[in-house]
Design a protein. Structure first.
Lengths: 329, 329
DNA sequence: CATCGGGGTTGGATCGTTCAAGGTGGCGAG
DNA sequence: CTCGCCACCTTGAACGATCCAACCCCGATG
């Protein structure tokens, strides 16, 4: 059994003091070239790795960032988080951090978990996904000066804390423009009820694009909860109107999937686009707006490590999605 | 700023010694009832939390379990890992552990990561998903006596290490039986090429069930890589046969999805079942075999913490999947 | 009266790293 | 010649929990 190799082992092997080894690791510039090389060689030979726990104890930093893993909702969007997590893990590793998962039911529970993670594990920062209006979690963290980033804008005050987000309005605008170019005029929108930041943003992209083309979409706007059946119902309503829609932009792939069902046997083909480019969309050939999740994750890590290492970065990042064309539009 | 509360703070507050506080936490039975209550009250009042780093330094245990997050392959199966991870996180939390993510490309890289995580973070154990024949990772871990569990049987030697798995053969058997009961006789199987443990297992369930019903499936067995287009191609071949299949059991939802495309416009409806009950299946109404992922995750944690805390548990767990009936079969 | 044991206390050492001081030698300026 | 300074390196804590050993007190027991 190989006995553990500590900084002292390295020091002895390189004929220097512990502190010098530490300096080589944490402040290389203050060590003479030749000494540094000798120490680094010893490190390599012995396979030394700094013990995280010991370092953490002195510095209070754990090199750990926490992300909540949410219960897979209706499942369709589950893979979004999955891809995001993957990007997060990879970028964090490159920056010398690791990702810790936690789960929580409800904001109170989550805040209690923050407290636990901070005091027991000395967590360095948090990445929050899906923030709401007046989110108590961000308030709690900000109050205590805990570094964090949200994936999703704070809709009340964009300046309140660092965030990364994807421009949903731009996504639906792209989709709408594409449909306009294809000659469509009666382009409907099936979205979520007014009030959710994300949903309103996506609706706005459709609305302004329609307006810019001199079209009034008021009668073509539908609001409903997320879900396949709801999407189907709303689409049927749109088709049954005096002037039926010939295309529809949906706020999610779930709704788009429902819409697709409704248009399966229409005489004239109806174009459908979804949002999030979930595996379902790919599987059935649904045109959908794709979020750059890996990039978003990377920027989250950058913002977070920027705060931690005191490198000021522009704390607000808005990324553009891309429209993935398949055969439904 | 609340100054940090250590074991000494608690001791002072409860008018006992540090040692007694430590005993309350680690060996409650040796402390008198009343003293214990006083200490626990102090802990609650002060909001004391044992500093993980300090504890880890002495005990060498981090209360951390690592899981690899894999790149979302074709996306369809991504949500399987997602749901598994969620279950893992929740059960681990209940057992006082937390889940750390890592990513790796290739076995060598992954083994290097093991080494890193073990020496730097003192990881307590690993959960591996998807092991292959003669997996170098399990060998490496076993050699070093690192506790780990795999989700997925080791196909060469079932006794070699603790694992949790879902009985794929039982799943396909259920699906096949169901089809037999519905009157089908020419039930085909679209699976992966011979050689993958998981794939062979699932095929076996179909084969034996067919045989038990006195049917010979030899001509109805197809082998192909995973993917929607492959599924479609194989299904078309089955339909074009002299005696076309009236039903098909697929080894994955991807293949089932392809099969569904092929049977969309057949005169007689063809029954299709998939495997994994992915969101796609739910979305389009595909009957599919569902793995009890939360339960599997829970058992993984149990097995792992059992090893860690020295509580011997039966190290091999085989769970039964359930057939989720939808309208494709 | 000596002994035992339950329930504590006390002090010190330990884990491996980093921080805050403290050397040392050489060199230039006064 | 000596002082100061600098570049470079070393030496003692300290971080907070755990473990160990020794010891104390007190009532019960033989």
């Amino acid at each position: 059994m190989a006995e553990k190799v500590t900084i002292a082992t390295v020091a002895r092997h390189a004929q220097v003091s512990r502190q010098t080894v530490s300096n080589v690791l944490n402040a290389p510039h203050i060590v003479r070239e030749e000494t540094r090389r000798r120490v680094q060689e010893a490190i390599a030979v012995l396979g030394y790795r700094a013990n995280q726990a010991a370092r953490q104890m002195r510095t209070g930093r754990s090199q750990l960032i926490a992300v909540r893993i949410e219960p897979t909702q209706d499942g369709i969007n589950g893979s979004v988080l999955d891809r995001f997590l993957h990007g997060l893990t990879e970028t964090a590793e490159a920056a010398g951090y690791r990702v810790l998962l936690y789960s929580a039911t409800g904001d109170d529970h989550e805040i209690a978990t923050f407290d636990d993670l901070l005091s027991a594990y000395d967590l360095d920062g948090f990445v929050l996904t899906g923030t709401d209006h007046g989110d108590p979690r961000t308030a709690w963290l900000a109050e205590r000066g805990v570094p964090f980033v949200t994936f999703g804008r704070p809709w009340d005050d964009p300046e309140s804390h660092p965030w990364v987000d994807v421009d949903g309005a731009d996504g639906t605008a792209q989709a709408t423009r594409r449909l306009l170019e294809a000659g469509h005029r009666r382009i409907a929108f099936i979205g979520w009820p007014e009030g959710s930041g994300v949903g309103d943003d996506r609706r706005a992209g459709w609305r302004t694009t329609m307006a810019a083309a001199g079209l009034d979409g008021a009668a073509l706007n539908r609001e409903t909860e997320d879900g396949i059946t709801h999407g189907e119902r709303e689409m049927r309503a749109l088709l049954a109107a005096d002037e039926p829609s010939t295309a529809v932009v949906c706020v999610s792939d779930s709704l788009a999937l429902g819409a697709l069902r409704a248009v399966r046997d229409t005489a004239v083909p109806v174009a459908v686009t979804g949002f999030d480019d979930t595996p379902v969309a790919a599987a059935i050939g649904l045109t959908s707006v794709s979020q750059p999740l890996a990039a978003a994750a990377a920027r989250c890590v950058e913002l977070l490590t920027g705060q931690l290492d005191g490198q000021p970065t522009d704390p607000h990042v808005l990324l553009c999605p891309t429209l993935v064309l398949r055969h439904t539009a």
